[in-house]
Structure formats: structure tokens, C-alpha cells
Design a protein around this ligand. Structure first.
Ligand SMILES: NC(=O)C1=CN([C@@H]2O[C@H](COP(=O)(O)OP(=O)(O)OC[C@H]3O[C@@H](n4cnc5c(N)ncnc54)[C@H](OP(=O)(O)O)[C@@H]3O)[C@@H](O)[C@H]2O)[C@H](O)CC1
Length: 583
């Protein structure tokens, strides 16, 4: 809405429901277009310098060096500051977008690392599109509760967040909400379906097979006329499994649960909610920063709650290891599911013997942030947070692909001999590593991002689901681009290229050589281009709608660089270059 007001104040035709969104990746350096729209409107353009130059027969095309030199000159002779230039350039870009796409409703603005944009990508695909959500649900007693949380937690969180407009409260409520759903009969069938489904990793033997197997064992014993000790143990085990399965058919989440850790990465914060013994760690400047505390029953606060709810904490020794268990059974003190430990009718969820209410830790994002690791105890029982951070960091610094880093980490946590290691390194392992660009640390861009956030313009870190956008404004690379796009820009540009979005590029279509055009064939193919100050040589290879912006260039610079530029009509900040033969 604020964006719409800005457009109105700029004297541009307001569109019904027009929403302009900006996104800068976390290391973003700012998108002039996006940022401009979010900021105080410029009402002074009628007084902006008019271009005295008459319409030329041939418009100047700048080479890379010349474009850079003029940019520097603008910041010295007439004394423009870089942010003033960005404001003015943004005004031109905004005018061109509205001119080229008069009916547009949503724009995705892609921002690169230089002045051509910030280094981010706009993501407006979902209701909370600027929030990344990463969770590990580590099941015990069965896989069904973990699979259920994986399926339902994101949606429930989103609807709670939409309702409360408070992601903290929504995150806290989403955990016990899972318990409420697990209690409800309507979800039991779904829950039981996860027990054997391949997608959720289920492997339990169907009831019928188990019953038949017991019958076969009994028949064999009858034929032999004897039942060995081992045979009797097998039958007993199968019968117990059967009993557990039929008990859990009526209350499937009574003795099945999961540890849950969920991390939200917003443009300004990292927020972690944890219930259980999984863990999330942030690597900041090479050092681990705890995002969660492992909920083991022997923690003071945990054992106090367990005992107050009528439970006990028992130490169970195995060789040199001691584990602490709730009522001698559960080795964690918070979890989703495990409803048998949450049955005290007079206690609220947070005071039950085992609670699903998470602890929440928040850290403001920082320019030293490198990556976040979210993993289950199968990893943290073997390696410390510091060891995991170092392991990942060293490999990422050697440019090892992330998937390989993760595979190596998991391999290094596996034991070759579970008996000798007393089970250490033999547990299941789930690992998420989120590597993201840093927050900008240049003050100019920090301010611009803050302004976007204050104006409630989503500032995002990942490419969104592109459905629902009509136009992408390509502010990724400008006249300082060299070579071919490096990651992560290469992948982003490809995704935009194969999408059906209309694209308008700012100054240079991203991926194009500034002078020779799209020499590699990997550059964006925009439908429209807005050149700033003067078109660059690459523009001669461009065939779509072409606008020129930059009414701010003073006559002294026009003369010095012998610029031949068209006149700007009226008070307009842009002029459309209709005659291609002039380029
Ligand atoms: N007077 C004007 O015309 C004005 C123009 N403005 C806009 O500013 C850009 C030029 O900004 P600049 O910061 O100089 O350059 P870029 O936006 O192109 O960005 C440079 C950054 O991009 C990185 N880069 C370069 N090549 C690659 C590549 N192959 N892959 C990945 N990244 C790349 C580069 O990083 P390095 O490590 O290589 O240095 C830079 O970080 C101009 O085009 C206009 O749009 C201003 O608004 C002011 C007025």
C-alpha cells in the first residue's frame, strides 16, 4: 500500500491493487528501483535539469570504461552522492516499469551485488514469502508423528501467523497444535498411513503378516514337538509388536513422538524453536552460536517440571555412557506426540511431564553469518557444534559442493562397529545446512534494506515460486559486469529465463557483455530495457522496448563526453527510444 502511495505521489497513474515488492538477498547491496519505490517520493522533478540537447540523429552508446568514468564524474563535478543518483535512477526505472506494463499487479525485483541492484532476489510466492522455514523432526517409537509434523507443521504455522500477524507466537503455538491434531480422531487414519508409507521411510510389517508369522512359528513348534528358548523369544517379540500395534491403532500417538527443531530465517532475524534433543547451530564468523538447547530430562528446569507433573528422571548406565530417561523410558524431555506423558487434565501443555511447547531463541542477523545447521541427535551425539561448524566451513572454503560436504559429514558420524562404540554413530541422521548470503554491511545498503523493511516491503533471500508474478525487474548486473555470471546468480538468471515472466532490465540485461551483448547465449532476454544516463554499447543488440532515464546528467558532463541524447518530454523522467536505427 505504501508503495502504491509512492507511485501516486510520483504523479504516475495508480493501478488497482498494484503492489510493488522488493527483495534483496541477505548480502544485498540494494535495488535502486525497489528501494526508490519504498522511499519518500520525490516531488521535485519538475525542477530537475532539463536536457538541452536537441534530438540527435545518432544516440551515444557508451563503452564500459566510459560509463564508469561518467558515473565517477557525476559523483565529483556536480557533487551527486551515490544514493542521490540511485534515487534518481530509481525514479526513471519506476516510470519505465509503469509505462511498459500499465496493467501490472506484482513485480519481482531481482537485485544484484553492485549498484545496479542489491544482491538479492525478490520472493513473493507465499503468504509469508520472505521467511525461510527449515525443520528437522526426529521420530521415536515409530515414524508416524515425525512424518505428520513434516506434513502439517508448515501449513499450521502459516495459518497461525496469518491470523496473529506474530511469527513468534505462531511458531510457539504450532508445536502444541501438532499435539491437538494428533489427539483428534480425524487424523488417526492419516497418522497410521505414515507407519508403512515409503515416502515417510516407514518399514513396519503389516499386522496380517505379523499374525501369519506367529501362526507359522507356532505350527512349526507343534510339528517339532518342542519350542526352543530362541523360538519362544521370537514369538514373544512378535506378539508384543502386535500388541503395540493394536494399542496404537486406537491412540496412535500415545507412545510415538518426535523431537522437533524449526528455524525461521527472516530478512533481519534467525529464530529457532526447539522441543527435544535435535539441535540448530549458526556458524557466525567461524564460531558456533547455539540456536537451541538440547532438552534432556536431567536439565534442571526439565527435571523440575517432570517431577512436578508426577514423573521421575532415571539414570540408565550403559558402559561408560549414562542417559537420563523420563520414567525410565523417554530420553528427551520435550517432544511432539508421546501423548501418554501429557495426560494430566489439570496441567496446561507447558507443565505436562513431557511438553511440546518449544523454547525459542532469536538472533539478529549479522554480516558475519555463514550458515545454519539443523540436525538430529544422531549427529550431535557424535560431534560437537564446534566440530560440525569447522567441518562444514573448511570444505565450503575449498569450494566443495554443499551436497558433498553434507555427505562427508554424515559419513564421518557413522561408526564402523556399533557394538564397540556402544551404539554411538549408529543412530539415524537428518541434516539440513542453510548457506545464505550475508547481510549487507555497507551502511548505504543496510539503510536501504531497513527502509524496505520499515515500509513492509518484503526483502527476501531466495528465489520464490514465480507463479503469481507478471514482471521481473532485472537489477542484477549493470555496467561493471565482467565474464559470465558466478553462483548464485547464474542459477537465478536461468530460472528467470525459463519462466514465463516478462522481464525489464536495468541498464544492461544481466549476463550480457556490456559492449558486445549476449555473447554466451546465457544472458537474460528481456522484453524491455531502461538505460541510465546513456545506452551502453550492448543496447545496439537489443530489440525490445527501450527507455532512457537519467535526466540528472548536467550539461557540463553532456558536453565533456560529447553525449548525444534525446530530449525528455515535459517533466518525464524517461524517454522511449522508438527509432532503433538511431542506436
Ligand atoms: N549514472 C548512472 O548511470 C548510474 C548508474 N547506476 C547504476 O549502477 C550500475 C553500475 O553499478 P556498479 O556497482 O558499478 O556495477 P554492477 O551493478 O554491474 O555490479 C558490480 C558487482 O557485480 C559483481 N560482478 C561483476 N561481474 C560478475 C560476475 N560475472 N558474476 C558475479 N558477480 C559479478 C562485482 O563483483 P566483483 O567481485 O567482480 O567486483 C560487483 O560486486 C549501473 O549499471 C546503473 O544501473 C547507479 O544507480 C548510479 C547512477
Amino acid at each position: 500500500m505504501r508503495a502504491l502511495q509512492a507511485w501516486r505521489a510520483l504523479g504516475l497513474r495508480p493501478r488497482r491493487g498494484l503492489r510493488i515488492f522488493a527483495a534483496l538477498a541477505m548480502c544485498s547491496l540494494g535495488s535502486r528501483a525497489a528501494i526508490h519505490l519504498a522511499r519518500r517520493p520525490l516531488l521535485t522533478f519538475a525542477a530537475a535539469p532539463t536536457q538541452a540537447t536537441p534530438a540527435p540523429s545518432q544516440i551515444t552508446l557508451l563503452g564500459q570504461e566510459e560509463a564508469i568514468a561518467i558515473d565517477e564524474e557525476l559523483m565529483s563535478t556536480p557533487g551527486f552522492s551515490v544514493d542521490q543518483l540511485m534515487e534518481l535512477a530509481g525514479l526513471s526505472v519506476a516510470s519505465a516499469v509503469v509505462e511498459a506494463y500499465p496493467d501490472l499487479r506484482r513485480v519481482l525485483i531481482l537485485c544484484g551485488p553492485g549498484n545496479n541492484g542489491g544482491d538479492g532476489l525478490v520472493d513473493l510466492g507465499g503468504p509469508l514469502p520472505h521467511v525461510g522455514m527449515y525443520g528437522v523432526f526426529d521420530g521415536h517409537g515409530g515414524r508416524e508423528v515425525a512424518a505428520f509434523c513434516q506434513q502439517h507443521m508448515p501449513q499450521e504455522f502459516l495459518s497461525l501467523a496469518r491470523h496473529s500477524q506474530d511469527i513468534f507466537a505462531a511458531l510457539r503455538a504450532a508445536f502444541p497444535r501438532m499435539d491437538d491434531m494428533l489427539r483428534a480422531r480425524e487424523y488417526h487414519e492419516e497418522l497410521l498411513s505414515y507407519r508403512n508409507s515409503r515416502e515417510s521411510g516407514g518399514s513396519e510389517v503389516p499386522v496380517e503378516d505379523l499374525q501369519n508369522s506367529i501362526k507359522d512359528d507356532m505350527a512349526e513348534a507343534r510339528n517339532r514337538g518342542a519350542l526352543s528358548k530362541e523360538g519362544a523369544e521370537h514369538i514373544l517379540m512378535k506378539m508384543m509388536m502386535l500388541q503395540r500395534m493394536s494399542a496404537s491403532a486406537s491412540d496412535p500417538a500415545n507412545s510415538v513422538g518426535c523431537a522437533a527443531v524449526v528455524v525461521l530465517i527472516t530478512p533481519s532475524n534467525i529464530i529457532c524453536a526447539n522441543a527435544g534433543d535435535s539441535r540448530a547451530v549458526l556458524c557466525r564468523g567461524g564460531r558456533p552460536v547455539a540456536l537451541s538447547i538440547d532438552h534432556k530430562p536431567n536439565l534442571d528446569s526439565e527435571s523440575r517440571r517432570i517431577e512436578a507433573a508426577g514423573g521421575t528422571v532415571q539414570a540408565v548406565r550403559r558402559g561408560t555412557f549414562t542417559t537420563y530417561r523420563v520414567n525410565g523410558n523417554l530420553s528427551l524431555s520435550r517432544a511432539i506426540g508421546d501423548l501418554q506423558y501429557k495426560s494430566q487434565p489439570n496441567l496446561p501443555p507447558e507443565r505436562q511431564m513431557v511438553t511440546s511447547v518449544p523454547e525459542i531463541i532469536q538472533h539478529p542477523r549479522h554480516s558475519d553469518d555463514e550458515f545454519v545447521v539443523v540436525a538430529c541427535d544422531g549427529i550431535w551425539d557424535v560431534k560437537t557444534s564446534s566440530e560440525v561448524c569447522n567441518f562444514i566451513r573448511r570444505r565450503l572454503m575449498r569450494q566443495m559442493p554443499l551436497q558433498m560436504v553434507m555427505e562427508q559429514l554424515l559419513d564421518s558420524c557413522c561408526t564402523g562397529d556399533p557394538k564397540r562404540s556402544m551404539g554411538l554413530g549408529a543412530d539415524n541422521m537428518t541434516l539440513i545446512v542453510v548457506v545464505y548470503p550475508k547481510r549487507p554491511d555497507k551502511q548505504l545498503f543496510v539503510n536501504l534494506v531497513t527502509q524496505c523493511e520499515q515500509l513492509k516491503i518484503p526483502v527476501l533471500s531466495e528465489l520464490p515460486d514465480l507463479q503469481g508474478f507478471e514482471v521481473a525487474l532485472d537489477a542484477v548486473f549493470g555496467f561493471s559486469f565482467k565474464g559470465t555470471p558466478r553462483p548464485p546468480f547464474a542459477e537465478m538468471l536461468k530460472a528467470i529465463q525459463i519462466s514465463s515472466l516478462k522481464v525489464m532490465s536495468v541498464d544492461i540485461p544481466s549476463g550480457w557483455d556490456v559492449e558486445k551483448g549476449d555473447t554466451t547465449g546465457d544472458g537474460l532476454q528481456p522484453d524491455a530495457l531502461i538505460s541510465l544516463t546513456a545506452p551502453k554499447k550492448a543496447a545496439a543488440h537489443f530489440n525490445g522496448r527501450h527507455f532512457l532515464g537519467g535526466r540528472f546528467v548536467p550539461p557540463g558532463i553532456v558536453e565533456k563526453y560529447k553525449l548525444r541524447l534525446p530530449a525528455y518530454p515535459g517533466v518525464s523522467q524517461i524517454v522511449e527510444l522508438l527509432d532503433k536505427s538511431e542506436l
